[in-house]
Ligand binder design. Structure first.
Ligand code: DX5
Ligand code: ZN
Length: 230
């Protein structure tokens, strides 16, 4: 049972999907074995790019029962938490850099009924994990500077994942999963899994390598340490 509970999860990032065919893309990802669907919300302030809001999450909620994993790359995320939960978000991940009252924000996400995630940019030390370990359900380590899909994986994320894993274990939260986002694919999923990553976000590695089922399986296999053909 413990083994099943620790299996890697693949979360395709819709940022690289064809938005004109969003429902079809979501159904295709679901039948291709996606575990979660990852939504990249960007406000043109916290990050230079501008993407989607609660309306799109609500549209996705109508076509799938998969967990909707919403990554908020926005300033003042506390203003929109209720809207995203109402839209059907399963988890809401806020950035440490955007939250001066981090404990309050994480507690509010849980109070609204979603899983509370905490994200760190590549150069942000993850020590806050120690202080809010009891208030979070997920830690996201960025392995690129957020804002765009298709960037190159920054290998410093491996040490960050190991560090977060240690902080969570020391805080008595060994069951909290670590998610890695940015340039993730079969080439680094093995090393990431060894470092303690459980949830693999992938945009380019899924949408750029169709068919989706094979792309997702390749990441999962690498994460399971069974790289190689077959
Ligand atoms: C980056 C986003 C990522 C991104 C991943 O700001 O948070 O989720 O879309 O895309 P790839 O896998 O192409 O790096
Ligand atoms: Zn993301």
């Amino acid at each position: 049972y413990a083994q099943i509970a620790m299996q890697p999860l693949v979360a395709p990032s819709l940022l690289s999907a064809d938005f004109g065919r969003l429902a079809d893309e979501i159904r295709a990802l679901e039948s291709a074995g996606a575990d979660w669907l990852h939504f990249d919300v960007m406000d043109g302030r916290f990050v230079p790019n501008l993407t989607v809001g609660p309306l799109l999450v609500a549209a996705a909620r109508r076509v799938t029962e998969l967990p909707l994993d919403v990554h908020l790359m926005i300033v003042e995320p506390e203003r929109l938490l209720a809207d995203f939960v109402a839209a059907g978000a399963s988890s809401l991940t806020v950035h440490a850099e955007a939250c001066p009252h981090l404990q309050r924000t994480l507690a509010e996400i849980r109070r609204l009924g979603a899983r509370a995630g905490l994200a760190f940019n590549p150069a942000t030390p993850p020590l806050p994990v120690s202080y809010v370990a009891d208030d979070l359900d997920l830690v996201l380590c960025m392995s690129v500077n957020p804002g765009f899909g298709g960037q190159t994986f920054l290998p410093g994320a491996l040490a960050k994942v190991r560090q977060v894993r240690q902080l969570l274990d020391d805080a008595g939260r060994p069951q909290v999963p670590i998610e890695v986002d940015g340039g993730v694919g079969p080439a680094n999923a093995d090393a990431l899994a060894s470092a303690g990553c459980r949830v693999f976000v992938a945009g380019t590695a899924v949408f750029g390598s169709p068919p989706y089922a094979a792309a997702i399986a390749a990441i999962r296999r690498a994460a399971e340490g069974a790289s190689g053909p077959g």
